[in-house]
Ligand binder design. Sequence first.
Ligand code: FAD
Length: 290
Amino acid sequence: MNEKKIVIIGAGPSGISCAIQLKRYGFDPLLLEGDETGGLLLNANLVENYPGFPLGVSGNELVELFKKQLKNFDINIHKTQVVKLDYNESNFVVETDKSELNAEIVIIASGTIPERMKSFNDDVKNKVFYEVKSMKSISDKDISIIGGGDVAFDFALGLSSHNNITIIHRRKEPSCLPLLFERVKKQQAIQVLKNSLLKEILKNGNRLVLQCSSDNNFEIYADFVIAAIGRSPNVGFLSERLLKVFQQKKKFKNLFFIGDVMRGFYRQVGIAVGDGLRVAMEIYHTKMEV
Ligand SMILES: Cc1cc2nc3c(=O)[nH]c(=O)nc-3n(C[C@H](O)[C@H](O)[C@H](O)COP(=O)(O)OP(=O)(O)OC[C@H]3O[C@@H](n4cnc5c(N)ncnc54)[C@H](O)[C@@H]3O)c2cc1C
């Protein structure tokens, strides 16, 4: 067994693939996950671009297979949130909500966080969501989804079998994949409002009133709102000096970023998994001095 102490922050697709490949090289990486194994993928209704699944696969099913693979390689996931990452003369210092660890090599696979909708009253916040993994059992509700990209349309398709969905987006045409738009058009339970801007969310009893504008002002009633208006890198736990390394895209000895956290627009499972593999290979083949 290779003795180098390697910490991977995040057990989404990129962290998982990196851990598996490192294990195959004889390392014993410590895989830390603050939430659920599988990461953002747990929200995906249907993944059709990951090879090996001719009919596509749901995010949940794919994550279950990833978990089995981790188990076969005897890789445990440590349920802990990293709150700060910094370094001293000899090591990285990984501060978690449970303890402090030292590591010679750190791989950041922390994905993204959602862009938040600004300036809505506190009393509506508990009805505004940014992901759907906790909403899958909800039924018979009116749900408004804000955004016109792949994520908004995937959310809508996933929730429309048991709920009424309104997608509100501000462009003339949505920016999602054309095939997602075609599927949405066929769903009676989904209506799409284009050229529309959400201006305010108010509360009316238990319901939300969305005040919107298009050619005219109009209102929509909803039980929940889901915002899919973009995502940004999840790097809030980096110390100031490591944040600079990330922002300036500098190479920093034995620190690696993989997957969505560093991919900008190119956020896909296959890319994340490939990043994890590549970095594991780099670590093995470089035989880094630490
Ligand atoms: C609705 C939806 C549909 C999608 N559909 C597709 C699709 O069809 N095809 C496709 O290729 N891609 C799809 N994607 C994108 C895909 O899910 C992501 O590209 C992929 O999950 C990125 O993997 P990752 O490992 O880089 O990051 P993530 O999956 O975001 O995983 C990051 C992990 O790190 C953990 N973490 C973060 N910070 C910390 C910390 N401080 N301490 C401990 N743990 C931490 C998080 O909890 C998370 O589990 C979809 C995404 C969404 C939202």
